[in-house]
Design a protein around this ligand. Sequence first.
Ligand code: ZN
Length: 434
Amino acid sequence: MTRFKGRPNLEFEPLITQRSIQEQELKKHLRHCARHSPYYRHLFKQTGLDPASISLETLSSLPVTSKTDFALHNREFLAVPPGAIVDIVLSSGTTGKPTQVMYTERDLQRLSYNEEISFASCGIAPGDITLLTCTMDRCFVAGLAYFLGIRARHAAAIRNGHGTLASHFEIIKSIKPTVLVGVPSFLRKLALFLNEHGVNAGQTSVRKLVCIGEPVRGPDMAPLKLGADLHALWNADVHSTYASSECITSFCECTALQGGHLHPDLGILEILDENNQTVPSGTTGEVVLTPLAIEGMPLLRFKTGDISFILPAPCPCGRTSPRLGPILGRKQQMMKIRGTTLYPQAVFAALDEFPNLGDYYLEIDSDDNLSDKLIIHLGARPGQPSPDLIREQLQARLRVTPLIAIDPDEKVRHHVYSPESRKPIRVFDRRKPL
Ligand SMILES: [Zn+2]
């Protein structure tokens, strides 16, 4: 086995150089898929497509691979002997059963490189101390990926994972980390915990937050209320990251904080519309990735199910690689309410603007008129804005009129905070799957 070797400066090179490297890597990747992946060998045979004839220009002639394809044919994606696997991650599948994503040693080296250059781009340097508030275990990959990247960057990691607020607080006081990695709503909770316990979060050693799992920026790239709160509470830069465990590829915002950079030697990024056609830069669609240089479970045109857009190059940081905007929602959670397309994240962003609002979750259902129905369950809180005012402002901002149900606050919190999940669960989709 050869060690994985990246090209960390490629993202600063002209696009033409990046494309030429991608072309070479794509050729190797297609060859590996066609020779060693039972799923793709079958696909090439079935479609009559010759993998050797496919280039960046004609990549769109290949069928896409959906999460359902990956779940239904999970083992057929394995392109190495089982003995070459060193790590197995479970990803939430679309069939109700978790799917396995299997990594070789070289895949982990590639992941480490991906995170190393991502951390470098957001200004993390040797000597930084990073407190990880995301777990290393429970079959997730994010915590492991961050740990590998921090180590490769010659910075230090504190792996406190899903520790209590009090334990993170003690670590912040005693070890003085300069970077926090975690879910944004949890990092906000942590700052408030510090403030309540007599330590101003904005005056601690923390100068950077690396956020996963929830958007901190809106479609106009301006911070959402959550992102603005984090910046104000911690007095720190708030970097957004996006990753797909199936693709073993992540995007991280650089110091310009304007979208996550594609590392061109690690993947080919497309944004597709509902008919799987490429949309122009700046147009919203589904994020589709062809990760390059993967050994264990190589993928071609993998549909992530996440909705975003590409920000064209160049970036003020000097990198010329395209950037991925914030995740605006999950395709599965898209609502169509009387002709208007809407994602839960837009509703969250609008609700978060209200001061003194109780906790909330969304219930999505179908009504009889081929339209979806949105009910906002809002926890009762003294002095919060009236349902009429909330409805009026949401109508002005989102162009839909949701139903608002005021429930006991405790009941809403019981729905939102599950002991199994660090992320609050705010969407309950009652629609029948298609
Ligand atoms: Zn940049």
